[in-house]
Every structure is written in C-alpha cells, then in structure tokens.
Design a protein around this ligand. Structure first.
Ligand code: SF4
Ligand code: MG
Length: 318
C-alpha cells in the first residue's frame, strides 16, 4: 500500500492550504527472485517515484517496502547499508547521472569506497572486471564521461550499479534517452547480465515494445495506481483494463494506414493533485458507467491466475 504524496504550496495569498501531488497512491506488488517486472505508463503516472521509494531515495508517506520479508524502514543503520547494497539503480539520463569531473574508474569504484569494500588495488581490479563485464575495457578507465556516447555511458552506469553485487537492479527508463539502434545493445546487455549474475530487475518504461522484449510480468500504472498486472502474455494478448487496451492499441503497426483498432483516448491525463473521484480513468474511459465516477475499483484477480485488474467491468463476472 505504498503512497507518496508530495506537498505543494498553494498560491492563494494569506491562505495556508497545502495541497499534495499524489504521485504514488496505494501501490502493492511483489517482486520474485530472478524475474523482470515491468512498470509501464505515461509520464507522470508515478513510475519513477515507485523506483525511488524502492531504492529508499525517498521515504513513503504511507505503506512499506519489504525486502526478503523485512520492512526496510524498520532496519538499523548497519542493516540499511547492507539492504542498500542489495538494491541498486540505473537512472534514465546517462548524460546527467555521471559526474563530469570524475574519471570512469572513480565513478565505478565510488560505491565500493562508500561501503568500505576492498583496498585501492582490489577496487582497481574490480573496476576493470566490471568494465569488461559491460563490454568496455581498461582502456576506458582513466577517461571522463564526456568522452563517451550515450550508450557507453549507460554501460558505465550499469557497471557502477553492479559494483556492489546487488540482488535487485531498478532500471528507470534505462534506454529512453538512447538512439533506437543503441537501445537494443543495452537491453541485450541487461538480459545477459541477468542470466550471468542471477539479477532481479524492475524495469520502468513508457515504451511497450521494450517492455515486451524485456519483462516476465508487467504492471500498468495510471495516475499513481496500478490498474492492471499480469504476465506479459496476459497483458499483451489479453489486456482487460480499458486503459491498457488503449495503450497497447497505440503501438505502431507494420501497416501505418491500418488504424481500425486504434483506441483514441479523449483528454489528457488528469492532475495528480485532484485526481478524479471513483475510478481515476472514468473521464477518458469509453466504458464508464455511473458508479465509475463514485466508487474506486480495487485491484483484484480476474480468475485463479495472477492476472489482476482494477475496473468495475469485471466485478460482476467474478
Ligand atoms: Fe472504465 Fe469504469 Fe473500468 Fe474505470 S472502472 S476503467 S471508468 S469501466
Ligand atoms: Mg520517470
């Protein structure tokens, strides 16, 4: 039941009303060892905030993040450090996430320095090993971020994330800023590393093609909530939530003139400051009924599978 509400100041003079952006508003899911869980949705739906909550870069307003059954908020300082080591992150923008004044060697070794792992010689050796793991070499160690392309920088970020031998890597739109041709290389690298090191991924993206290629299970988010969740087969071949159906219908087809199945959503994503009552999607939903504006649907299993949907259309059929 993870929630993150960011306070924003109200601009009405002399009235101290604080409003909140409900970036994440009651999200629950499990992450299984060795899987890749995709989180998809339009920008502003709360995907990156979920990533930051899991990585403990920000604290939840409500709800808990549990790792191996333990609430991360209940840990003492030493245990928090070790939990931090186990959950690493690759950020979206490879141009902004590396300090331009530091060498690659420094940047990759930094997490080990922070966590007091190895002496300088051991760390140097490990940096070379990590560079080779992500398809670079010792030749790159003494160079600076600006000497690298976007794809190479993302490889460096991945090496940095792997430096502490994590169990989980949260990838927040790791290829969105890259050229399409480079995207495939980085995605294949992530897949290989998962196999080699038994990694578990949370893979955040707005690109359904990338998610399709990468993920075992998918959670679809809309306005701070998960509206549908299932295996990638369930989501791609049998999408149930009207929002998921619209998202999938927007994937470009081989024949660009074939638009007959395209579902066009009216209006924009509403503001997360005052989300619509009831089902937050009701103003854009082509199946909206009277109760959709009043009662918030709950995320619930469709049948006896793991496929879950949050929509009133499916409540009668259960
Ligand atoms: Fe549409 Fe109602 Fe389902 Fe929301 S609950 S997705 S408005 S049918
Ligand atoms: Mg984001």
């Amino acid at each position: 039941n993870l929630k993150k509400h960011f306070p924003i100041k109200n601009s009405i003079p002399f009235k101290k009303v604080t409003q909140h952006v409900k970036a994440v508003d009651g999200v629950s899911f499990e992450l299984y060892k060795g899987e890749t869980l995709g989180i998809v949705g339009e920008s502003g739906c709360g995907k990156s905030t979920v990533a930051r909550l899991i990585n403990q870069l920000i604290a939840p307003t409500e709800g808990t993040v549990e790792f191996q059954g333990v609430d991360l908020a209940s840990l003492n300082t030493a245990d928090i450090r070790s939990a931090r080591k186990s959950i690493q992150m690759v950020f979206q923008n490879p141009y902004a996430s590396l300090d331009p004044r530091k060498t690659i060697e420094y940047l990759i070794a930094e997490p080990m320095v922070i966590h007091g792992i190895g002496d300088e010689a051991a760390r140097k050796k490990r940096v070379i090993e990590l560079l080779e793991t992500v398809g670079l070499s010792d030749y790159h160690a003494k160079r600076y971020p600006h000497e690298f392309s976007g794809g190479q920088r993302q490889r460096i970020n991945i090496a940095r994330a792997l430096a502490l031998n994590p169990d989980i890597v949260v990838c927040d739109e790791p290829v969105s800023a890259l050229d399409v041709s480079v995207q495939a290389q980085v995605i294949n690298l992530l897949k290989d590393l998962q196999k080699d090191f038994g990694l578990t991924y949370i893979f955040i993206s707005h690109d359904l093609n990338v998610v399709n290629y990468m993920c075992d299970r998918i959670a679809v988010m809309y306005l701070g909530k998960i509206v549908e969740m299932g295996t990638y087969e369930e989501i791609y071949s049998n999408p149930q939530h009207p929002y998921t159906q619209a998202l999938l219908s927007a994937i470009p087809k081989e024949n660009p003139f074939d638009t007959k199945d395209r579902i066009i959503l009216s209006g924009d994503v509403p503001s997360p400051v005052n989300p619509p009552s009831g089902c937050a999607f009701h103003k854009r939903c082509r199946f909206a009924m009277e109760k959709c504006a009043q009662i918030q649907p709950q995320l619930d299993s469709l049948t006896d599978t793991h496929h879950q949907v949050s929509c009133h259309l499916f409540e009668q059929t259960k």
